[in-house]
Design a binder for this molecule. Structure first.
Ligand code: NAD
Ligand code: GLY
Length: 370
């Protein structure tokens, strides 16, 4: 088992990474509260696959283990669905010692974390990520949120889990399109922080896409180490943490502009990184061949390297709704060379030039996963 520590003083916690952890009660001992309730929050896809196994591992540590099963999909990352968690907590008279367990991908993790942050002004929670994207990114670092029809992840809180348990064996039931989506965040970590890791990904992308266990274990651990380093220095995104948003200004615009759930988050980030690299080239920061190198890797991961046609006005509108925007100025994470991210304001005309160079009308993201 690999353990990565998130060093955050009194909020420090471990990420445990290995195959088979769902069946290991010992790994959950760090979250034990014997007189208390555990609530497993999952969805209609993941609960039938893994909730019973998690319940068996939690049973020795809690007085009772309850379940909350939500509808599946980004389009359900809403107030209404969040409220279902609160309703279950109240219906079962859950007190302040109740621990929430987020069993699923980033949607379940982000919503459960937000529920934990706000139920009775804060109860403990544990992330049990079951997608590649959640294991390498969303379960780590304490960003929790729901979407608003007017903007992605706009309502939420920074709230750290007590523990993250990433059972790599759960990745074997993940649809291939979702594996590709997770690879976008893997490639992001390499592009912003570690050129050796980028070299390694180029050599191992086929093994990763074939779900080779050793390759997946290495990729998850390397991403978690990079993210742990960033989050430990800048928990609430006062500065450095924004680099984890590489590709996301364009990506969030695609997700929201195309309607939540139509483009997967990772697919939108895949295309978004191509656009951000292109913008870096246009601004004289990145050699063209490095942008092309990145785009080739993104394509090999089965991800879109072109963007949908939102129309210039809607692109501008959606890019404006970004948490990095300051005083109306849209800021992008760009690359000043591979592995060297910078946060820069860019004129909308320049961003639109990158979009125009990559836009394809009628593009369906699923084409790339075929
Ligand atoms: P997701 O949670 O929608 O999961 C993808 C799909 O896979 C879902 O249908 C899910 O039910 C299914 N699934 C999950 N695990 C499975 C398994 N083991 N086997 C079979 N099916 C399984 O999507 P995601 O890509 O995991 O997460 C995307 C979300 O994460 C977005 O909402 C994004 O905004 C958020 N996110 C948050 C952060 C953060 O720092 N908090 C970082 C990145 C992304
Ligand atoms: N996924 C971006 C962050 O955690 O900051």
């Amino acid at each position: 088992m690999t353990t990565v520590r998130i060093a955050l003083d009194s909020r420090a916690y471990d990420i445990r990474i290995a195959s088979g952890l769902l069946d290991s009660p010992d790994v959950f001992a760090a979250a034990a509260a014997r007189q208390a309730t555990a609530l497993i929050v999952s969805n209609t896809t993941v609960a039938p696959l893994y909730a019973a196994r998690l319940e068996r591992s939690l049973a020795p540590h809690f007085a009772r283990v309850l379940h909350c099963v939500l509808p599946d999909g980004e389009e359900y990352k809403t107030w209404d669905t969040l409220n279902q968690i609160f309703t279950d907590l109240l219906r079962h008279q859950c007190d302040r010692k109740t621990t929430l367990f987020a069993l699923g991908g980033g949607v379940i993790g982000d919503m459960t974390g937000f529920a934990a942050a706000s139920y009775m002004r804060g109860v403990p929670f544990v992330q049990v990520p079951t997608t590649l994207l959640a294991q390498v990114d969303s379960s780590v670092g304490g960003k929790t949120a729901i979407n608003h029809p007017l903007g992605k992840n706009m309502i939420g809180a920074f709230y750290q889990p007590r523990l993250v348990v990433a059972d790599l064996s759960t990745l074997h039931t993940l649809p291939q399109r979702e594996l590709s989506a997770g690879m976008a965040e893997v490639i992001k970590h390499a592009a912003i922080a570690d050129v050796d890791f980028l070299d390694w990904l180029e050599a191992n992308i086929d093994a990763l896409m074939a779900r080779d266990d050793a390759a997946l274990a290495e990729a998850v651990a390397r991403c978690c180490r990079i993210k742990a380093h960033v989050v430990s220095q800048d928990e609430t995104e006062a500065g450095l943490r924004a680099i984890l948003n590489f590709g996301h200004t364009f990506g969030h615009a695609i997700e929201a502009g195309m309607g939540y759930g139509n483009w997967l988050h990772g697919e939108a980030v895949g295309a978004g990184m191509v656009l951000a690299a292109d913008l870096s080239v246009r601004l004289g920061l990145l050699p063209r061949q490095d942008a092309e190198r990145l785009a080739r890797l993104i394509a090999r991961a089965g991800l879109p390297v072109q963007a949908p046609d939102l129309g210039a006005a809607r692109w501008a509108e959606w890019m404006q709704v970004d948490k990095k925007t300051e005083g109306g100025e849209v800021r992008f994470v760009l690359l000043h060379g591979l592995g060297r991210p910078v946060l820069r304001a860019a004129a909308m005309a320049e961003a639109q030039a990158s979009i125009a160079a990559h836009v394809r009308a009628g593009l369906s993201p699923a084409e790339h996963a075929a």
